[in-house]
Design a protein around this ligand. Structure first.
Ligand code: SF4
Length: 287
């Protein structure tokens, strides 16, 4: 039986008091316990950023990669051992900036992983520069006259890249976020969970108060059908400053990359019997 205490490491998070990452970490731990996932059955893969330090503060297997590159090692880990629950965790700058190429390809491959993006609409670790999801016009250290570009819309991108589970949470809605994480883990295929994570130190616009006044759960709308792709597209593109939908935007089922990859037809690579394989001819071919 998985317990919260088992997920505790000896180190304590050093995020700023009030940072939205505390709630994301709590929700993730709660979800692992609720799903009875023992620490050795889970691998957390992170990038670089405030939130990516989570690898050190949750006692599962972990891999802290380089900036924007968490999805390639997450892919390798999942393909080597599909029995592991692989969860990627990184920020918006990490995933939607330098990591954008990996993001698109992981989704179209339908790798069976959950990708949680801590979306605080700013670069927090480097002390407050505009990120790919910063609102147009928002001022930051790197944009003193306001951001000129249109922000990345991760949900619409995910839908067009054929991700099979697309959701959005808010760090101020712990139970709702926990449920989205649980469902994302249970989903067979690529699950994106974009989470509004207030950066209390550098983002003075997209605050808890800002989101509390605007978030609305999709589950409360009985007319919304998350299996209807056209409707999901409309919802993803509906940027309304007064109402921000959170919840499950879209879900479909199709074979995962592991299920279609012929190299895995005999089961996970970690379980293959390699005692009779002679690699000498291959080595000789390099001389
Ligand atoms: Fe959190 Fe922002 Fe502080 Fe980083 S800088 S720990 S994102 S509040």
């Amino acid at each position: 039986m998985a317990k919260l205490n088992d997920l505790q490491t000896r180190c304590k998070p050093n995020w700023c008091p009030g940072c939205g990452n505390f709630a994301i970490q709590t929700a993730l731990k709660n979800a692992l316990v609720n799903l009875n996932l023992e620490p050795h059955k889970v691998c957390l893969v992170t990038g670089i950023g405030c939130g990516s330090k989570m690898t050190f503060w949750i006692n599962t297997y972990g891999f802290n990669s380089i900036h924007g590159r968490l999805l390639p090692p997450a892919t390798a880990i999942k393909l080597s051992n599909p029995e592991l629950t692989v969860i990627g965790v990184g920020g918006d700058g990490d995933g939607y900036g330098i990591g954008m190429g990996h993001f698109i390809h992981a989704m179209r491959r339908n790798l069976d992983i959950l990708y949680i993006v801590q979306n605080n609409q700013i670069y927090g670790l480097t002390k407050g520069q505009a990120s790919p999801t910063s609102d147009k016009g928002s001022k930051s250290k790197s944009t003193p006259f306001g951001v000129i570009e249109i922000p990345v819309n991760p949900l619409a991108l995910a839908l067009s890249a054929n991700a099979t589970y697309i959701s959005r949470g808010f760090a101020g809605e712990l139970d709702h976020l926990t449920k989205l994480i649980e469902d994302g883990i249970k989903h067979k295929g690529f699950a994106l969970l974009d989470v509004f994570q207030p950066c209390v130190t550098f983002n003075k616009v997209n605050t808890y108060e800002y989101f509390n006044e605007r978030v609305k759960k999709l589950e409360d709308d009985s007319n919304y059908d998350p299996t209807n792709k056209s409707l999901a597209f409309e919802k993803c593109l509906d940027i309304n400053e007064n109402e921000i939908p959170i919840g499950l935007f879209y879900k479909e089922q199709r074979p995962t990359y592991s299920e279609e990859e012929v190299g895995l037809k005999d089961g996970p690579i970690v379980n293959h019997d390699i005692s009779n394989i002679n690699i000498q001819p291959l080595m000789d071919s390099f001389t």
